[in-house]
Write a protein that binds this ligand. Structure first.
Ligand SMILES: *Cc1c(COP(=O)(O)O)cnc(C)c1O
Length: 364
């Protein structure tokens, strides 16, 4: 079995790469997740060979058997990260080893093969290098989607003995409508995202499958995102459909729900905590009851609230709708603290301001 943490990638360039002028038009305001680059990276794993057959090749459909186990038992995990073009023209990743670590942790929870961190990074860098012309400048970025699925053809219920790891990429603009300064959220009173002992802390497709009905309900209520409460008591705020949540209190401190095992440990979340602590801003990672949020928004104790994640970056929450009514956070648009954190974080990600923790990773 190969225990190599580095593999030789076989590179097959696309026979008809997208011409530069066509790339230039397709990376202007693309719809999130619809435009893809020319290439993909794949690595295979089998219990006999370990990690092998690493390739950079033209993006193409997979051929899978109808009995492919991911189609039946949903052994699938993914990551979300971005490559940025700095003003100096360099291509930067943001804390990519944190994604590699989380990917391993997700794999372990889902009984899947664990891709070594170095190989994860090698794969992501290989794709970014090959499709570097697709990394937009300005406010855009190249969204990278590493993922892995169980590929054994077998209907028995057990962990697969074969996996395919893959990375694809798409140029993206803002996740929410451009120019939108705050999003509305719907607090789901019926559905939960994750329960204690479940897979809430793993970045797996199954969590999303279970959350889509609540997201659909949110859209029907005129909201952009859903807020999930805890599964046991239905009182404690956990996170949004695909983003973590922060509250800005009137004493200037931040509050965010703790990593209890039922929420996704966001790298954006962790980075905001570290940056705030460096700047002397207190951050409490404590449970927060939905009723308190409503009362505190009314009394002014909560001045701002924002969602955060790689895709959404830092986005203010303006209106909160729930079964019993609705309320507004602050003035219903992006507050001062939210704007400051967004500017700080995006500045570091794009190499515009000093990077105090060495988070930006240059792709050579
Ligand atoms: C990916 C994800 C996040 C955000 O994580 P980042 O590392 O900050 O991108 C938050 N919540 C859920 C459910 C997620 O899937």
């Amino acid at each position: 079995m190969s225990t190599d943490t580095q593999l030789q990638f076989v590179e097959t360039p696309h026979p008809a790469r997208t011409p530069p002028d066509q790339i230039a038009t397709s990376i202007v305001n693309p719809v999130f997740g619809r435009v893809f680059t020319d290439h993909m990276v794949t690595i295979k794993w089998t219990d006999r060979l370990g990690w092998h057959d690493a390739r950079v090749e033209p993006r193409r459909p997979f051929q899978i058997d109808p009995a492919c186990s991911v189609l039946h038992y949903a052994q699938e995990i993914f990551e979300g990260m971005k490559a940025y073009r700095s003003v100096g023209g360099e291509i930067l990743l943001f804390r990519p080893l944190e994604n590699a670590r989380r990917f391993r942790a997700s794999a372990a929870r889902m009984s899947m093969a664990e891709l070594p961190e170095a190989l994860f990074l090698q794969a992501v860098e290989a794709l970014v290098r090959t499709d570097r012309n697709w990394v937009p400048g300005g406010d855009g970025s190249l969204y990278l989607r590493p993922f892995m699925f169980a590929s054994e053809s077998f209907l028995g219920v057990r962990a697969s003995s074969e996996y395919v790891f893959c990375v694809i990429a798409c140029p993206v603009g803002p996740y929410f409508k451009a120019g939108k300064t705050a999003v509305n959220v719907w607090v789901s009173d019926q559905y939960t995202r994750a329960a204690p002992g479940g897979t809430g802390a793993a970045k797996c497709g199954g969590n999303y499958a279970a959350s889509l009905i609540a997201q659909t309900e949110a859209s029907a209520k005129g909201c952009d995102q859903v807020v999930f409460l805890d599964a046991a008591e239905h009182r404690w705020i956990e996170e949004l459909g695909g983003m973590n949540v922060f509250f800005v209190m009137d004493d200037g401190s931040l509050l965010t729900p703790p990593l209890s095992g039922t929420i996704l440990p966001g790298i954006t979340r962790a980075s905001i905590i570290e940056l705030s602590k460096r700047d002397g801003i207190a951050v409490s990672e404590v449970p927060y009851v939905f009723d308190a949020w409503r009362t505190d928004a009314g009394s002014g104790r909560v001045k701002e609230a924002f969602a955060c994640g790689t895709a959404a970056v830092v986005t203010a929450i303006g209106q909160v709708r729930h079964a019993g009514g609705e309320f507004t956070i602050g003035h219903g648009d992006e507050g001062e603290v939210t704007r400051h954190i967004r500017t700080l974080l995006t500045g570091i990600q794009r190499g515009k301001i000093a990077d105090p923790f060495g988070w930006a990773h240059r792709v050579k």
